[in-house]
Design a protein around this ligand. Structure first.
Ligand code: SF4
Length: 94
């Protein structure tokens, strides 16, 4: 009986020790999944200059970098995004 309790405690401790690793791996998969869900720049004709007065910094999908001129991110297009770039998915901020 005592041996069984020791075994189940050992099992529980082993599972608790592995849990943070499993959670970390799951979080990493979620991040990869989020990146994979973004569209490639080539698919949206991304260019590094404004077009028709439209540019990423005025787009609702743009997430600014640390400064106004620093590269930021886009919520739908993959990779580093220049604030004065443009793509065909542009949607003006409301
Ligand atoms: S959708 Fe296109 S225009 Fe808008 S921020 Fe993303 S890359 Fe720039």
């Amino acid at each position: 009986m005592e041996k069984d309790q020791n075994m189940s405690r050992a099992n529980l401790l082993a599972k608790l020790a592995v849990a943070p690793l499993a959670i970390g791996a799951f979080a990493a998969l979620k991040i990869e999944e989020a990146d994979a869900a973004k569209t490639a720049k080539s698919a949206v004709q991304y260019v590094t200059h404004p077009v028709g007065g439209k540019q990423c910094s005025a787009c609702r999908f743009f997430k600014a970098g640390k400064t106004a001129k620093a590269a930021g991110q886009c919520s739908i297009v993959d990779g580093s995004i220049a604030p004065n770039a443009y793509c065909v998915a542009f949607a003006a901020k409301s």
